[in-house]
Design a binder for this molecule. Sequence first.
Ligand code: FE2
Length: 457
Amino acid sequence: MRAISWFGEAFIPERSTYLGRTVRQEPVRNINVLSPTETPVTKSASAAAAFAPPHPSLFSDSGTLAQNLVEAYLAVRNETERRTAPLTPEDQLIQSMPDASPAKWHRAHTTWFFEQFLLGEHCRGYQPFHPDYAYLFNSYYVSAGPRHARHQRGHLTRPSAEEVTAYRRHVDAAVVKFFQTSDADALAKLAPLVEVGLNHEQQHQELILTDILHAFAQNPIPPAYDPAWRFPASTRGGDQWVSLNEGIHTVGHTDDSFHFDNEKPAHRALVGPVRLGRDLVTNAEWLGFMADGGYRTATLWLMDGFATVTNEEWQAPGHWRQIDSEWKVMTLGGLQPVDPNAPVSHVSYYEADAFARWSGKHLPTEMEWEVAARAGQLNDAFGIVWQWTRSAYAPYPGYRAIEGALGEYNGKFMVNQLVLRGSSLATPQGHSRITYRNFFYPHHRWQFTGLRLADYA
Ligand SMILES: [Fe+2]
């Protein structure tokens, strides 16, 4: 029974399957490593979410469907507010570059998502909180109507942060009432849509942290989002390389647990022979690249990459500052010394590719990453930095976006971007998956992005 995948599949789950499902471990084939577990990571105690291994569902298996939906909905909505609680109204307005959005906008946009796609389409008699908010807070859904320009989101002093709070409360009350008063059959049909909305909000929770960090990194007096925050401890150990034998492997999402449409169809792929770095590349290794003139050596770079490095005058990863000959990095805890043992973060695809070339190695494909991660052999696969792969963000064989506005969620971005795998220290608990495909343009580096190497020798 396909229960949960709303994207691209039947939008009529059966409640019993939906709530009672368990995640199956997907098969490991033709690999010489066989432990299908993931390595937990000790995270900093901070407002950033604590790490937990990939979680099968946002929903509890006990209670009525309505109770479970209310509980999951409020938990995710409260996490958004928890992440923005340290921010002043001024912090919530800033848009430090077109790719980043104000925290206030994230709070309102995720609210609009539920208002537009759940209440507006399924709750009879629902009145929108404000007639202009659909225009202000629609992000990129052409099918949902006209929208405010993305690069001008930081121009919106009004509505105020307080008014956005009122907007969130209005929609939250309406959603909870809708769950509590709808019949079970109707809710069962809508539960996958709710889960999409909650996962969507979790994606914005990560962006809330990366976007405010980018803004704070532009500030000469480096503000700390959370003064107690420290970079999470990474895991090392085991052989340096994970060997994957040549074989045909199933990749992509195969079970009934939640996933985005871009993770399907599962299909078979030839992988290996290849060795993948068990550990993430560290700051110490990156400093070696810098000391060797890595940023100045054109032959190490893709042409577009070197043009970007030159135009942007990059000499180090994003958010790094050299002060009195010492490299420091802007973090959620403020400006801190670069820890040589920590995984490097805030590097673009261009930089990751150049580093791999300088190392005499390569970046892995997303298929290689998935096969090794499924076997539980990658240290810090999740919870520290997203890892660049050299795979283009393209549709899996047979992929088609669904009809309607939510068909725009992932499919229309499948060109000119690269896939990142894993998750980061800013990824909310319960939002990580082995088959998860994140994607960014090759020059992007304001996310928590790092790398591990591949070796074909
Ligand atoms: Fe969004």
